[in-house]
Every structure is written in C-alpha cells, then in structure tokens.
Design a protein around this ligand. Structure first.
Ligand code: GDG
Length: 456
C-alpha cells in the first residue's frame, strides 16, 4: 500500500491543497485506508508526518460495497447528476451507508479535541456530522459537496431524502459549488423540510441552525502555468507535435463517467467531420478518459458504447496518414496533461452535469497568453458561471456542439485572447488555496453568522 503522503500526492489538486492547508496549521487527515477486512474494528492506523497526523480506517468488505458502489455511487451520484434512469436504491445499501458513516465517526471521535474544527468532503460522508453529534461532539463541523445539488423535484426521488437532510442539518456550514446549487437546497429546505431561511443562507431546522453557501472550487493555477510553460520545447511536446504533423489538436480529459457526456462529445466530433468537411484531415481530437468505478454496471456499459462510437468515427473518416480520434483509457502525469492542454486549440469540456469541472480551469491556465486556445464548455458545468469567456454549449444538442467546435476553430486571435483573459482572471483569483482558506475562515467564525441572522 502507498504511504498516505504518496496517496495524497497522486490524488491531484484537491488533496494536495488540503494537505498544504493542514501542513500549515497542523491537523488530522482522516479517511478510508483503501483496505477491506471482515469486521474491521473502528481503530484507524495512525502515522505522523510533520505537523499532520494521518489516520486511515479499514472497512468491512460488505459495508464497503453497500456504501461505495451501492448508496454513494449507485444512488447519490446519479441522483445529484440528474440521471434518474441510472439510479438504484436498495435499503441494504442505505443501511450500509449509515453503518460506514457511524463506523467512521466512532473511529474519528477519540482523535478529536473539543475545539477542533472538522471539514468533511463529499457525498460519501453526508451523515458523518450527525454520527459525531450522537457520540457527543459539539465542535464546528463543515461539509463540502463536490457534485451538484439537484432541484427539489429530482431530490425528492430519493426515498431517504428526509433522513439524509435531517442529518445534513447537523453540520454548521454546508458548502456547495454554485449559487444554483445553493438555491436548490434552500428551496427544498423551505418547501419540503419547513425550515426557515435568513439572509446569508442561515437555516433554522427544528433546534438546529446551520449555513448553506457557495464556494466554487479552483485549481493551483501557478502549477499549471509553470508546467505548461515548461513543456514548450520538451521532448514530450516535440513527440506530440511531430505526431500531429501540423494538424490542429482538440482535447478532452474526463474520468470515464456517464456524467461527463462523452458519447455526445464523440458524436459532435463526428458531426463536425460530417458537416464541415474542411476540417477533415486537419483536426485531431484526443480524448483522455481514465477508467473509473468499473464495479458499477453503468460504467462498463459506457465503456463499450464509447469503443463502438470511437471506432465508427475512425472507421468512417480516417485517412491512411490520419486518425481523427485518439482515445486513451489511462491517466497521464500532470505535466503531460499540461503539455497536451497547451498544444490544443480547443478544450472540449462538455459534461451533461458537473459540480464544477476542474479540467476547464486547468485548460485555461495552461494556454499561451499570446495565442490561446478556445474553451468549449457545457452550460451544465458549475464552471460555466465563472468561465464567461468560454463558448457555452448544450451537450444534448450534438449539431449545435459541432457548430460551436467549428466557431472555435475559426475564431480570430484577438477574440481568443480576449475570451481567454476573462477566464484566466477568474482562474488566477479564485485558486484552490483561496477556496480552502475561505471555507475554513467561514467555518471558524460560523457563530457570528448565527448571531447576525436572527430567526425571521
Ligand atoms: C469532482 C466533481 C468537481 C483527469 N485525468 C487525469 C487527471 N485528471 C484530473 C484532472 C482534474 C481531475 O482529475 C478531475 O476533476 P473534475 O473536476 O474534472 O471532475 P471529477 O473527478 O468528477 O471531480 C467535479 C471536482 O470534484 C472538484 O470539486 O469539479 O465537478 O465531479 O484535476 O486534471 N490527472 C492526471 N492524469 C490524468 O490522466 N494527472
């Protein structure tokens, strides 16, 4: 097993930024060890590294299946991404999800001091605050939801919606990616849960007060700027350029996930070659799509669908010296991604629904300011709120997307620079470090919000 430090380093921007924030203040990093064993006791393995203590908890294999592939990725993930057709709900999964949250709380509690602040990440652990409160913890607990929060009509499809939100209310601060997400949760709270809402997103639900606010996540912009600039003239960049032989590159980087809209993106690229034949043999699309959640059936079906679609595009349009679509199912180092982003004239980020989408911001950060590429972005990605210089698309409109790809490929350099500047201003201002600090500062001072917002 990799050491906690190695795991955090591999995990990319978010884990690195959190580790840095913890390293500065000192603190505890608590999570799943990645190991399962029958009847695992609630006793994490603890390792100290500098000012940070890493505590990693094992899980029982049946609990892990019900929690991770079951309720988290089979129920909550499709629900929050508006994919009700892919949603499966089993009471045994819900019970497994509750057991894992309770197990984690029992393992975490002995490591907490009363005045610690606790920051919980993502939909796998929505019940953690409530479980900690049941064990007597009264300190501040915040939660950040990395994925969209669905509108009440969609959220009500979840059979356990009331219990989930009752426990969510045990956090002091609930952070969401966008104002849209905040609106969706507050509307549910006021209409379905009969909560009162005060300005600033302060919520009163029975005896509890908590706050809901948006914290759009950012990236480590400097790191991408540096990696991309360093790639110019590198051996890797030369290999890439010589393989393109003067052709234009369009890039997509997405986990192989049905929320990312990959079949629609492939179809739009096929449509571009079909309806705009001037781009045939001139534009190459590269889709990097590392495999994800192979234990969930929908992901295996998606993989087969993409292999068929990709094969059909290449079969139809390839020349003996040009393959239109390069489709890669494995991850690449961050520096390689930065080099590919920079070499690409189009960044294709077209999810059907996405909490934020960091690839959109990484693509912007990696561009050459004098000759930047064009970001094509789904209006259903959280990033669309900030990336006002992007060309927005509706991924359900395949012909419309092909038209926008063409517009991006033929855009003047002046317009590209102007649009890039607008995006880059946001990427540089709202970095991952800024995001971390803002959330922690708000959680630390949460009591002020409650006194400033009396019950209406
Ligand atoms: C969730 C939400 C939200 C991808 N391929 C490689 C690689 N990646 C990196 C990207 C990017 C990250 O993975 C993916 O982040 P996204 O934001 O695009 O999407 P999710 O994984 O679905 O993340 C999302 C995010 O949480 C943060 O809150 O934005 O909406 O769904 O950083 O670069 N990294 C490397 N090689 C790869 O091949 N090194």
């Amino acid at each position: 097993m990799a050491s906690p430090k190695e795991r955090a380093a591999k995990a990319g921007g978010l884990a690195v930024a959190l580790r840095e924030a913890l390293g500065k203040r000192g603190g505890l990093w608590f999570g799943w060890s990645g190991e399962t064993r029958p009847n695992a006791p609630a006793e994490p393995k603890v390792v100290r590294s500098g000012k940070v203590m890493y505590a990693l908890q094992d899980l029982d294999p049946d609990d892990q299946r019900a929690h991770y592939a079951g309720y988290a990725n089979g129920t909550l993930w499709p629900l929050c991404h508006y994919r009700l057709g892919a949603l499966s709900f089993r009471r045994t999964d819900w019970e497994g999800y509750r057991r894992v949250n309770a197990h984690f709380a029992r393992a975490l509690l002995p490591l907490l001091k009363p005045d610690d602040i606790v920051w919980v990440h993502d939909y796998h652990f929505i019940l953690l605050a409530a479980e900690l409160r049941r064990l007597g913890f009264t300190g501040r607990i915040g939660y950040f939801h990395h994925i969209p929060w669905p509108t009440p009509e969609v959220f009500l499809s979840l059979p356990s919606h009331a219990a989930l939100v009752r426990d969510l209310a045990q956090y002091d601060l609930v952070g969401l990616q966008t104002e849209n997400d905040v609106r969706a949760l507050l509307t549910y709270l006021s209409t379905e849960a009969r909560a009162w809402i005060a300005p600033g997103g302060v919520v009163g639900l029975n005896e509890r007060r908590f706050r809901v606010a948006s914290y759009p996540i950012g990236i480590d912009a400097d790191a991408f700027v540096k990696d991309a600039a360093a790639s110019v003239g590198s051996e890797e960049e030369e290999r890439l350029q010589s393989s393109l032989a003067g052709r234009v590159l369009a890039v997509g980087v997405d986990r192989l996930d049905y929320s990312k809209g990959l079949p629609n993106k492939f179809a739009a690229f096929g449509e571009l070659l079909n309806h705009y034949p001037q781009h045939r043999s001139r534009v190459t699309m590269m889709q990097i799509a590392p495999l994800s959640r192979g234990e969930v059936a929908e992901y295996r079906a998606l993989r087969r669908e993409l292999e068929e679609l990709g094969g059909a595009i290449n079969g139809e349009y390839a020349e003996f010296d040009w393959v239109p679509l390069r489709y890669l199912n494995r991850p690449f180092p961050r520096a390689t991604l930065a080099a590919i982003y920079r070499a690409s004239k189009l960044g294709l980020v077209t999810p059907l629904r996405d909490g934020m989408n960091l690839v959109a911001k990484e693509y912007v950060a990696a561009q050459d300011p004098d000759d930047p590429g064009v970001l094509i972005l789904s209006r259903f990605a959280g990033a669309a709120d900030e990336m006002t210089g992007a060309l927005l698309v509706n991924p359900y409109d395949v012909e419309g997307m092909a038209e926008t790809f063409d517009a991006g490929l033929t855009m003047s350099q002046d317009e590209r620079r102007e649009r890039w500047r607008a995006n880059m201003d946001k990427v540089e201002t709202n970095t991952i470090h800024h995001w971390c600090e803002r959330f922690i500062a708000d959680l630390s001072q949460i009591a002020d919000h409650f006194t400033e917002a009396p019950e209406p």
